[in-house]
Design a protein around this ligand. Structure first.
Ligand code: ATP
Ligand code: MG
Length: 281
């Protein structure tokens, strides 16, 4: 499955949320989850962990011209201290944009192949989700697009302004759109959902310690700590919230998959037993 995260203009903690979600995603027989850094403004993870950007998104986007099987991804990952597998975006905007443009032009089949993989999660950090942003090929292939925002007036106002377009675009591609907030704010869950019209999938806490580990601090090579892996951040509030979100997304994926394999009686869908994450209508 393919889960995408992005934000509108501000930098609320998308890369951190994507790293936490992939680090805490339950491993499966199909393999460890992969964090796909697909931010056309340039990646941060290579610099944060003192890694070279190759192999990474640039080599993946070139490879996607010739091969479209999901297993291609494994050739382009690097492992962070603690074991998290990442496809690193080039650090410069110029190179990252070139890679994302190539992925948009030649990588749609590969993205579809990643999305339909059962039991194997790819978590994509798209950075900016503006309408002409470069992340939309990935967002449109994804099962769920998580719009990350801080629950404060200016950021929510931006979400409200963009909501109609985002919902329409996601509905057209069959992607469920949901919100993820980072940190505290003055608004209740109900107020946020009602004003934006978008389901709130998770409220991630401010957690400086976990965010620092996920950004390679204090030791980018991991000699002093296990950093980004489950063992490094587990127990911290951000990791707990990311685990709950991962479990809910994985359960929803299974439920939707099971439904699509079941013939509905009289052409009607099964009554939902619980609220799905995100809206696709
Ligand atoms: N949940 C959190 N708790 C505390 N600090 C956080 C949290 N999430 C992010 N941060 C901090 O905020 C800063 C920005 O985070 P991050 O790089 O994840 O944001 P982003 O939305 O990806 O930004 P950009 O738009 O530059 O890609 C970093 O210093 C990070 O450590
Ligand atoms: Mg980022």
């Amino acid at each position: 499955m393919l889960i995408a995260l992005g934000s509108l203009k501000s930098s609320p903690g998308v890369t951190t949320a994507a790293a936490a979600l992939s680090a805490m995603w339950p491993a499966s027989a199909a393999g460890e989850p992969v964090l796909l850094e697909a931010d056309a403004r340039g990646g941060d993870v290579a610099a944060r962990f003192s890694l070279g950007p190759e192999p990474g998104l640039a080599s993946l986007s070139v490879g996607a011209r010739r091969a479209t099987e999901a297993k291609l991804l494994a050739e382009h990952v690097q492992e962070l201290p603690g074991g998290l597998n990442v496809v690193l975006a080039p650090p410069t905007a110029e190179n990252a944009r070139a890679a994302m443009t190539m992925l948009d032009e030649d990588g749609r089949e590969l993205l579809r192949a990643l999305a339909v993989q059962e039991d194997f999660a790819v978590v994509a950090d798209l950075g900016d989700l503006s309408p002409d942003g470069h992340g939309w090929a990935v967002a449109e292939a994804a099962e769920v697009l998580l719009l990350v925002a801080r629950p404060v007036l200016d950021e929510l106002t931006r979400v409200i302004s963009a909501a109609e377009d985002l919902l329409a675009r996601c509905a057209a591609s069959g992607t469920r759109l949901a919100l993820v907030t980072v940190g505290a704010g003055p608004f209740s869950r109900a107020e946020i959902e009602e004003s934006t019209g978008i389901t709130l999938a998770a409220e991630l806490p401010n957690d400086a310690a976990a965010a620092a580990m996920l950004a390679g601090r204090p030791d980018p090579r991991g000699a002093l700590s296990r950093l980004t892996g489950r063992g490094g951040i587990a127990g911290l509030p951000l990791a707990k919230a990311a685990t709950s979100l991962a479990v809910a997304l994985a359960a929803e994926h299974l439920r939707v998959g099971a439904e699509s394999h079941t013939e509905p009686e009289d052409g009607a869908a099964d009554g939902a037993e619980h609220e799905p994450i995100g809206a696709s209508a």
